[in-house]
Design a protein around this ligand. Structure first.
Ligand code: ADP
Ligand code: F6P
Length: 319
């Protein structure tokens, strides 16, 4: 193993920077040349390659986003695009590619693996929707950001005696909503994985009002529906003073938490180690805190469901 490349793909996730730092520094430590590919698979197709040195990743361990930039690249989903990507890697003499990203990015890495390039994926997405690992890089920071925002909204909700519907990200998964809903003390948490009836949301609100509650928080995952629509429904059926906040991309930014920095550093270094061992077509993750390597196909065949005991607890605690 003489030359490896690293790229970040799909939605950025806080922790990608410490992850890139770990790949570069572990690689150089082992005498491997490290190439950074900018703008994800789009950069792979355009040959946007840069040489990475120890100092290229200085002062980024604490930064959100990704110094290699990221992109979504529909062209790479075609066979022709993948062949061109393979050829560009071959021409550059790259032995292995480490991909930080989510499910989509891993499909791209699997395609390259099948073409003959060694690839290792590091699960990095705020959505935490990748199976066979404890948690994805970026999730912890995103939940922390969501909770800080919910706490702030709670202050003004209390002052104005209002009901707030807060929509959080997660694509088609409810992991951010569940954690943020429990830790943020939401009265109702609406997830894509659990069918819900808005009448139950009204019942929970009215039960609180009967007990003298003057403000309420409803957290909805973007994959479970529109916060604006839920707000409209609650307003029309209760006459309450309802406001809606869509947290949006604020959840993708910010300094990674210590937990994300440590996870990304461990997984970045682990990915290099797997490359050195000649592994390919696998995700570098942790299971019960221990480093693991899981074939992409196994990851895709499994599904990460929200922990229903946590969901039940959120409902009990907000009774
Ligand atoms: P994430 O990696 O966070 O799930 P996306 O689903 O947007 O993000 O995927 C990121 C990129 O990975 C896409 O823009 C595309 O270039 C590549 N990709 C996604 N799905 C596939 C696929 N089935 N085959 C090959 N490449 C894919
Ligand atoms: O996958 C990360 C994520 O932030 C999702 O939670 C969200 O649905 C999506 O990306 C937003 O994508 P974009 O940055 O293209 O708006």
């Amino acid at each position: 193993m003489k030359k490896i490349a690293v790229l970040t793909s799909g939605g950025d996730a806080p922790g990608m920077n410490p992850g890139i730092r770990a790949v570069v520094r572990t690689g150089i430590y082992h005498g491997i040349e490290v190439i950074g590919i900018r703008h994800g698979y789009a950069g792979l197709l355009q040959g946007d390659f840069i040489s990475m040195q120890l100092e290229s990743v200085g002062d980024i361990v604490q930064r959100g986003g990704t110094c290699l930039y990221t992109a979504r690249c529909p062209e790479f989903m075609t066979e022709d695009g993948q062949l061109r990507g393979y050829k560009n890697l071959q021409d550059a003499g790259i032995d292995a590619l480490i991909v930080f990203g989510g499910d989509g990015s891993f499909h791209g890495a699997l395609a390259l693996h099948r073409l003959g390039i060694k690839t290792i994926g590091v699960p990095s997405t705020i959505d935490n929707d990748i199976a066979c690992c404890d948690v994805t890089v970026g999730f912890d920071t995103a939940v922390q950001t969501a909770i800080e925002s919910i706490d702030k909204i709670r202050d003004t909700a209390t002052s104005h005696e209002r009901t707030y519907v807060i929509e959080v990200m997660g694509r088609s998964a409810g992991h951010i909503a569940l954690q943020a809903g429990l830790a943020g003390g939401a009265e109702s948490v609406l997830l894509p994985e659990v069918p819900y009836d808005l009448k139950d949301v009204l019942v929970r609100l009215e039960r609180g009002i009967m007990r003298g509650k003057k403000h309420s928080i409803i957290v909805i995952a973007e994959g479970a529906g529109s916060g604006v629509e839920v707000g409209k429904y609650v307003r029309e059926h209760t006459g309450l003073d309802v406001r809606v906040t869509v947290l949006g991309h604020v959840q993708r930014g910010g300094a990674p938490t210590a937990r994300d920095r440590v996870l990304a550093s461990r997984l970045g270094a682990h990915a290099v180690e797997l490359c050195r061992q000649g592994e390919s077509g696998k995700m570098a993750g942790t299971q019960n805190g221990e480093l693991c390597a899981v074939p992409f196909e196994t990851v895709f065949a499994a599904e990460r469901k929200p922990d229903m005991s946590v969901y039940d607890l959120a409902n009990i605690l907000s009774i």
